[in-house]
Design a protein around this ligand. Sequence first.
Ligand SMILES: [Zn+2]
Length: 66
Amino acid sequence: MPDIKPTDPEAERAGGRIALWLDAEDLRRIASHCCCSDDTPEEERERCGRIRFRASAAMHKHGSSR
Ligand SMILES: [Zn+2]
């Protein structure tokens, strides 16, 4: 059985994260929106990719839970 831990609000806060709820349409937009260009710094590209990855992962979860 996979060890799935529910989100611990305190641990998330300690990690500098905040709770954020978005509806499916917002997630879809974030997941598909990339404003990086050829001269975007690597750090910005990484952040952009991370955000889009999480948005699409959250969207996937949303879709498979119903
Ligand atoms: Zn981007």
